[in-house]
Design a protein around this ligand. Structure first.
Ligand code: ADP
Length: 347
């Protein structure tokens, strides 16, 4: 192969690639390799330039005539770790020289991260399902054995079993919602939806719950038109989750207000918008939690959340739906005074 043909080919590839001659010297590098390692590696021995034993071993083996292989390479710097899959392939002589080895680096950091997230997610789901399941199995055993003839104990146990089964049901329901919402995230919603209608519907549904806990639930609508492009069911879910949270974490007897206004967006949301604020006067959220609140299963107080029937998925669902609507969620909170969850949607 002609050296300039190979050079042109390497330069056309966006991934880092380099050619090592049979004497172990790095003969050619492309711009991506220069950006990754620096230009100094050109003309150096691959052992000095690449250093990581797994990769050095594979290069050595291919240089000695073994078949092509693949390995991993991790580049660390101040900004973090980048993980590469490296293909090590033998390549014929360049011009009149000796054959050598071609390296191709593919950045797989995001694949690794996705893999990790998936693993965490499965571990979280299993953990969430395990405790209610263990409780139900335990009570079945008790009902068959020691409590067999005790009618009042049986009633009590059946009630607990029902609560635990309902908890599993809520979790499975939220998981299905989350996966549906995620799969639709890239599809633009196409219905014309009157947001003030959606929100009055949500408040009507939640009013009995507010009354039961002695909390006033008010809707304040500033004059304006609230027609947006959206998905009615999903928007109903957003404001149900936010208002339910405001009631739950706002506390018994404390009022919750939902405010609707139209306005002009700022920054990346320039143009006409609808702004909905869900305001509670609860104990508020420490600012260290705010950035992580919309992560799946992230809770400030897991025990409290579970006790109130929470799955830890509500805000994750909210975030995905708002993303699909090209909107924004802002959370402001002051310890001891309450929290305001603001949804901004393009109009
Ligand atoms: P959960 O099912 O636990 O309510 P969410 O995803 O809806 O799950 O909320 C995640 C966590 O955020 C909750 O566990 C709670 O700690 C916190 N949180 C949500 N809304 C509020 C609020 N209005 N006030 C205080 N904390 C809140």
């Amino acid at each position: 192969m002609a050296r300039n043909t190979l050079t042109a080919a390497l330069n056309a590839v966006p991934d880092p690639m380099l050619f090592i001659g049979s004497d172990g010297m790095i003969e050619l590098i492309n711009p991506a390799t220069e950006a990754l390692f620096g230009g100094w590696v050109r003309g150096r021995s691959y052992i000095t330039a690449l250093r990581q034993p797994a990769l050095l071993g594979e290069i050595d083996s291919v240089l000695r005539g073994n078949p092509p292989s693949e390995t991993r390479y991790v580049k660390s710097d101040q900004t973090g770790e980048t993980q590469f899959r490296v293909k090590v392939s033998p390549i014929g002589a360049i011009d009149a020289g000796q054959p050598g080895v071609l390296l191709h680096f593919t950045d797989i950091t995001h694949l690794r991260e996705a893999e990790e997230m998936r693993r965490d997610f499965v571990a979280n789901v299993s953990h969430e399902l395990r405790s209610p399941l263990t409780a139900v199995l335990g009570f079945i055993e008790t009902l068959r054995g020691p409590a067999r003839d005790d009618a009042s104990a049986s009633d009590r146990f059946l009630e607990i079993m029902e609560q635990q089964a309902l908890r599993m049901n809520r979790l499975v329901g939220d998981l299905l919602s989350l996966s549906r919402v995620e799969s639709e995230e890239r599809v633009r919603p196409s219905e014309d939806v009157d947001l003030s209608d959606v929100i009055s519907g949500v408040l009507t549904t939640l009013r009995p719950q507010a009354e039961e806990q002695g909390s006033a639930l008010d809707l304040v609508t500033e004059p304006g038109t609230y027609l947006i492009r959206g998905d009615r069911d999903q928007l109903t879910q957003v404001f149900t989750n936010l208002t339910e949270n405001a009631l739950k974490y706002g506390g018994r007897g404390r009022p919750v207000t939902v405010r609707l206004e139209t306005g002009e967006g700022r920054g990346s949301m320039r143009g006409p918008v609808v702004r909905v604020e869900v305001i509670d006067r609860g104990e508020g959220i420490d600012s260290m939690h705010l950035p992580r609140l919309t992560e799946r299963f992230y809770r400030i107080d897991s025990h409290r959340s579970r006790e109130m029937g929470g799955t830890g998925l509500g805000l994750a669902i909210v975030k995905h739906i708002i993303n699909r609507h090209r909107g924004r969620l802002r959370i402001a909170s002051e310890k001891g005074k309450g929290s305001t969850f603001t949804v901004v949607l393009p109009r």
